[in-house]
Design a protein around this ligand. Structure first.
Ligand SMILES: [Ca+2]
Ligand SMILES: [Ca+2]
Ligand SMILES: [Ca+2]
Ligand SMILES: [Ca+2]
Length: 443
């Protein structure tokens, strides 16, 4: 029924795809010959497989693998994946009655719908220069960063300009983590492209990149795949020294201020556990143009959220948009970037996200825009800060160190929308907080 992927701490149920087809075929046969009893079948086969897609979160102390196995043996329950470390939970397809039964089980904390997560990029098109990655000690020495970063995204395609590690994880039920979209490879390049004659240079040049494929070729994922990625960070990633994870994707949801235990949010619970285990999650604010209040994980206080500002020339000067890529005025918060109300301003920073050139999954470079591109500028800065010994302590300590260093820059370093020149919505008078521009030049 279940198979443990050795060394990964993940129990994956080998059922998605093939077994479902077999079961459907079996169901068809049984419908054709109603009187036939299938000996040895411990689980009744229903005519239609359970269609409800859920995350079942379990209470502390419950053995998730054993619980999921027992649940899977019941009618109307198809377990797909089990999580034991970042949180105790499993991903399953359930019928309505099976869900109602499970909800009554004393071992169940909550059952939530398996939401869709989408990447925050636009398939359009000199951020490292703008945040002064070119002034870091590593860059000046032509050296490399040794602090690894997990990229939870569409995968990362190996490229001579990237230090992609052999270890990774496919959280979509497939094999390998090559990037068929381009989003993940582009992000990896912003974080850690090598300081050499080729391609581009990242904020943390040469940083080891662990590709964790949680988004498909259309850059969509779900609670289930994201949970698998967080589980990797908390288990294998932790053993490999991964303390920074980039997640440029999100979904609709609230921050309950209680790690998801009040509003049944498995991603929040898992991120709280992963953060307590030492990993800082750097996430994209989103491209809604509105507040991050309704976007997870951007609204969680435990993560470092990157808003998106526009810079075209790698400098605080204001120039016209380049040919073929107009993302609004230079040196302003993007009108499409999500922003924070005052109560969320203590876990945000801004970074360039417009018309960013980085590594392409098909070789060479490509241009992309979005808060997806802002987050890796911040994640790279965090890796650089840890690598140079300026950042230490808990994820919260590290987050506040890079925020404090950004805030210490003179106002001339910043942009329209930062705390020196806030953008206040006309009419409502609400301040749209984007945070200070992240600064990599001091490490
Ligand atoms: Ca510069
Ligand atoms: Ca390079
Ligand atoms: Ca919040
Ligand atoms: Ca500029």
């Amino acid at each position: 029924m279940g198979r443990e992927i050795v060394g990964l701490g993940l129990q994956r149920f080998v059922k998605a795809g093939v077994v479902h087809q077999i079961r459907s075929a079996l169901a068809a046969i049984m419908i054709a010959a109603v009187a036939v009893v299938a000996p040895g079948l411990t689980k009744p086969v229903s005519a239609a497989p359970p269609s409800g897609d859920y995350i079942v979160a379990l209470k502390d102390g419950i053995d998730a693998t054993a619980f999921a196995a027992a649940a899977d043996a019941r009618s109307g329950v198809d377990v797909e994946q089990v999580y034991s470390v970042a949180l105790r939970a499993f991903h399953a397809h359930l019928t309505g009655s099976a869900k109602a039964q499970l909800a009554q089980d004393p071992g169940v904390r909550f059952i939530s719908s398996n939401r869709t997560f989408k990447a925050f990029a636009q398939a359009l098109p000199t951020g490292v220069d703008r945040i002064d990655g070119d002034r870091s000690t590593v860059y000046a020495a032509g050296a490399s960063v040794n602090t690894p970063v997990a990229v939870l995204d569409t995968g990362v395609t190996p490229d001579p300009d990237l230090n992609v590690q052999a270890a990774g994880q496919n959280c979509l039920g497939g094999v390998g983590w090559s990037d068929l979209n381009g989003h993940g490879t582009h992000i990896a390049g912003i974080i850690g492209a090598k300081n050499n004659a080729d391609g581009v240079v990242g904020v943390a040049p040469g940083a080891p990149i662990y590709p964790i494929q949680v988004l498909n070729s259309s850059a969509n994922g779900s609670d289930a795949s994201i949970l698998c990625g967080i589980e990797w960070v908390t288990t294998v990633g932790k053993a490999l020294g991964v303390r920074v994870a980039n997640l440029s994707a999100g979904s609709f949801g609230d921050d309950d201020g209680n790690c998801g235990m009040t509003n049944a949010d498995p991603i929040h619970l898992a991120i709280c556990h992963a953060t307590a285990a030492g990993a800082l999650f750097v996430v994209a604010a989103g491209n809604s143009g509105g507040a991050i209040t309704l976007t997870v994980p951007a609204n969680y206080d435990e993560v470092l959220t990157a808003t998106w500002m526009t810079d075209y020339d790698g400098a605080p000067s204001k120039i016209s948009p380049p040919t073929g890529c107009n993302q609004g005025p230079d040196e302003r918060a993007s009108a499409n970037s999500s922003w924070a109300y005052d109560y969320d301003e203590n876990h945000i920073l801004a970074a360039p996200g417009s018309c960013i050139t980085s590594t392409s999954n098909t070789g060479g470079t490509m241009v992309m825009s979005g808060s997806s591109m802002a987050a890796p500028h911040v994640a790279g800065t965090v890796a650089l800060c840890i690598d140079r010994g300026a950042c230490s302590g808990t994820p919260a300590d590290i987050m506040q160190r890079v925020r404090t260093d950004a805030a210490a820059r003179p106002s001339t370093f910043g942009f329209d929308g930062d705390p020196f020149r806030p953008i206040v919505a006309q009419g409502s008078g609400i301040t749209q907080n984007y945070g200070y521009l992240v600064y990599a030049g001091g490490y």
